[in-house]
Design a protein around this ligand. Structure first.
Ligand code: V47
Length: 394
């Protein structure tokens, strides 16, 4: 006799059928979502008001089914992962955002700034029998003394040691900080870093674009327009970028839709966003305290709904990442059926989420990532940072 877990896995194996999906017109009419269903089936753009209706729909599963349809149209049975390494070069930061549990004051316990050698050691020494990474993810706080030349030299060293590996480094916030420190334009910073080997920008620092919430969360950080301008400049230089949204704190559903619409508009203009990553706020060690009921496991369905609405609103951004570090592995796996197509990667060492209280593990192996994907009924596909290299899992 087969164990139940095996049967459950086998039951998911048949490919998605658009005809036999859950998208029953009569049911969506009952939910007053019939116009949205028609648009999703016709692959038409949703309005901000329709996005809000999806947040207010009493049946989150119905919203998830729409997003799953949109995801299956784009990626079919494929679900992506990357063999990567994260490194944070410093937690010294001039910004002091209220939600951040990663930053430390100089002299405070846990304050650090890595040397080039430390960074190379973390990124270039593969564990015995381990795979060489296809992506290096490098971000840090906005350090008041590290100069642009230091970062250029680091990139050049890494390119020499890891030829062929995509270097995804420095958020739009860091780029703006380097420009202010050097007294040069952000586009000049981007071109210099590109010449030194930068291939892509990660999506951090976007937080929430809505000005009032941003003022409360991160008053010292560049504003939405500046973040989007730097992303657009990167795109104009042929540097793709990701985009994030920090959610699950003090933002309203209107703020979420505003964030998604600003990203969608920028993508219409500059076209270089590769992947959207909703970042679930980790509360435990954050100075930003939320009322009981607004954090913790009871937010699980809200996370899935946010992922689904993001997939439906961001019709022009190809990929949506269920970042397992912040969501937890089980929720990230579930999210693959709610509009997400990517799980991020092996990571090895993660600090920003874990210092804030994320209870996920530090690393996942390729075997674990592939198993999580297969047990969700998808085909694991190993990618690099910008999804330009694909390898179907064994
Ligand atoms: O910018 C900070 C967020 C971001 C917390 O582009 C927090 O592939 C939750 O951007 N709870 C950094 N989030 C991480 C990031 C990222 C991660 C993985 C992949 C990619 C990519 C980008 O983390 C920050 C901030 O928005 N963050 N503190 C917190 N307590």
């Amino acid at each position: 006799m087969r164990v139940a877990a095996e049967i459950a896995e086998a039951a998911l194996a048949p490919p998605y059928s658009f005809e036999a999906s859950m998208l029953d017109a009569a049911y969506y009419t009952q939910l007053c979502l019939d116009a949205i269903l028609d648009k999703v089936l016709a692959e038409q753009r949703l309005t901000p008001e329709e996005g809000l209706a999806l947040f207010r729909c009493p049946d989150p599963v119905a919203v998830g089914a729409l997003a799953h349809h949109a995801r299956m149209l784009r990626h079919g049975q494929q679900a992506f992962y990357v063999v990567n390494r994260h490194v944070n070069y410093t937690n010294h930061c001039v910004n002091a955002c209220r939600f951040c549990a990663f930053r430390r004051e100089p002299g405070e316990e846990g304050h650090f700034t890595l040397t080039h050698e430390d960074i190379i050691d973390r990124l270039c020494n593969d564990p015995p029998g381990g795979l060489a990474p296809d992506e290096l993810h490098i971000v840090g706080g906005c350090h008041p003394e590290l100069r642009l030349a230091w970062f250029e030299e680091l990139l050049r060293k890494l390119c020499k040691l890891r030829p062929g590996t995509v270097i995804k480094a420095f958020t739009c916030v860091e780029i703006a900080h380097f420009a202010a420190m050097e007294g040069i334009s952000t586009i000049e910073v981007l071109s210099r870093l590109k010449s030194a080997g930068l291939a892509m920008l990660p999506g951090g620092g976007a937080e929430i674009f809505a000005p009032e919430v941003r003022r409360q969360l991160c008053p010292n950080k560049i504003d939405a327009d500046a973040w989007l301008r730097v992303a657009g400049e990167a795109h104009s230089l042929g540097i793709p970028t990701n985009a994030t949204m920090l959610f699950g704190h003090i933002e309203s559903v209107e703020d979420r839709i505003d964030h998604l619409c600003r990203l969608r508009k920028q993508q219409d203009i500059s076209g270089g966003f590769t992947c959207f990553i909703p970042l679930a706020f980790q509360t435990e060690h954050s100075a930003l305290k939320l009322p009981v009921g607004l954090s913790g496991p009871q937010r699980g369905l809200d996370q899935l709904r946010l992922i689904a609405v993001s997939r439906l609103m961001l019709d022009n951004i190809p990929h949506l990442k269920a970042y397992w570090v912040m969501l937890g592995v089980k929720q990230a796996q579930t999210a693959l059926h709610w509009g997400a197509d990517d799980l991020d990667g092996t990571i090895v060492e993660e600090k920003i989420g874990h210092m804030a209280g994320a209870d996920s593990v530090q690393a996942l192996s390729v075997a674990e990532l592939e198993s999580i994907i297969r047990c969700s009924g998808f085909e694991p596909v190993r990618r690099n940072a910008n999804f330009t290299k694909f390898m179907t899992g064994a």
